[in-house]
Design a protein. Structure first.
Length: 141
């Protein structure tokens, strides 16, 4: 099959659906994490509206990407879900451990809470950078 707009729109990408709390406006948010959770995201009052908005956004993005010669990643087959405990052990140099403890204290949080914050911030930055790079944008420019 020719890899044109019709081909890419026929691919089934896993989506992520999140209900937006009423105090934040309500409705639903949907995204395609494999294409960039922060780039391929839409919302709507209902699940159906959010999905329709995502499809429209996906169509617009794919048209632009094809016109600019940007590769469109195809869906990645997801493996069976693994069970994760949420715990892991990390060994650090003593100086880094000390610095992290001090930063956590200045932040008014425990070391565990501070590390969760730092890791989350790093993952979000990485995802945004990958999304920009997928559009041929160098984040350092």
């Amino acid at each position: 099959m020719k890899k044109n707009l019709k081909y890419y729109l026929s691919l089934v990408y896993p989506i992520e659906l999140v209900q937006i709390p009423d105090d934040e406006g309500g409705g639903f948010s949907v995204s395609i994490p494999q294409l960039g959770r922060h780039a391929f995201i839409a919302d709507g009052s209902t699940v159906e509206e959010a999905l329709a908005n995502l499809q429209s956004l996906k169509t617009d993005f794919f048209k632009r990407m094809l016109a600019e010669g940007i590769d469109i990643p195809e869906p990645i087959a997801e493996e069976e879900p693994e069970e994760f405990s949420g715990k892991f052990l990390v060994r650090l140099p003593k100086d880094l451990h000390k610095e992290l403890v001090y930063k956590a204290r200045r932040n008014g949080s425990s070391l565990n809470q501070y590390l969760q914050y730092v890791i989350t911030l790093g993952c979000a930055s990485s995802t945004i950078r990958e999304s920009l790079e997928s559009y041929g944008i160098n984040p350092k420019d």
